[in-house]
Design a protein around this ligand. Sequence first.
Ligand code: HEC
Ligand code: HEC
Length: 193
Amino acid sequence: MAAHRYWLATLAVIVVAAFVHGPAVAADEGLAAWAKVNEVFSHPRCANCHVGADNLPIWSGPHYGSQPRPHGMHVDAGASRIGAENGLLCMSCHGPRNAEANHGPPGAHAWLLAPVSMQWSGRSSAEICAQIKDPQRNGGRALAEIADHVEHDALVGWGWAPGGDREAAPYSAVQAAGFLREWAGHGAPCPSP
Ligand code: HEC
Ligand code: HEC
């Protein structure tokens, strides 16, 4: 009888441990995948375009010197995010391809700033994580669509082929999309603020 009770207790411990352990491990793996996503999103090649309501693109990263600063030449993207308000469109300098000269304008299909709701520059990993899951702020995308966007979008792709001596974003488009899918598959956990 005593032995019987012992085995029942052991079984209970195993069952409880499996329940507690399962989601905790999933959360750890999800958070590890998110950390890699955040490494990409917060990299200058991405964050320089994902800026806030001041509508100023950023020049930052090793190629631009030690201090991040607003885009030179008084470029102001305006609420249009393409510079329509002040008559100096992004596309008048940023063509469909990177300029050959090292500090020449980089290029990709239809160059413009990301919407204000998609600001990442100056934001923490927890903040970016929360907004990327929010359809009100991510362009109405499901998480699978975010991963597809990262894998296939031309402006995102530029981050891995930025031209000149600019440092490319870490990993690759395919790997970054993979981290997003892994994160989503583990319940898309966010780090605590
Ligand atoms: C007068 C020409 C000109 C206009 C207009 C212009 N840019 Fe640029 N932009 C440049 C040049 C040149 C560089 C690269 C400078 C360097 O490498 O030192 C650049 C770099 C950038 C970068 C940095 C990319 C990186 O390496 O991370 C961003 C972001 C950017 N521009 C956004 C914009 C946006 C958005 C607009 C429109 C609102 C715009 N630019 C309008 C000339 C221009
Ligand atoms: C030249 C500016 C520019 C650069 C560089 C850029 N983006 Fe964006 N990004 C945009 C614009 C514009 C949108 C809005 C497109 C839309 O919603 O269809 C956007 C939207 C997104 C979205 C949609 C969801 C959301 O909440 O933001 C993701 C994800 C994204 N970008 C990832 C990246 C990554 C990763 C990089 C760097 C490897 C990057 N972007 C570099 C301009 C840029």
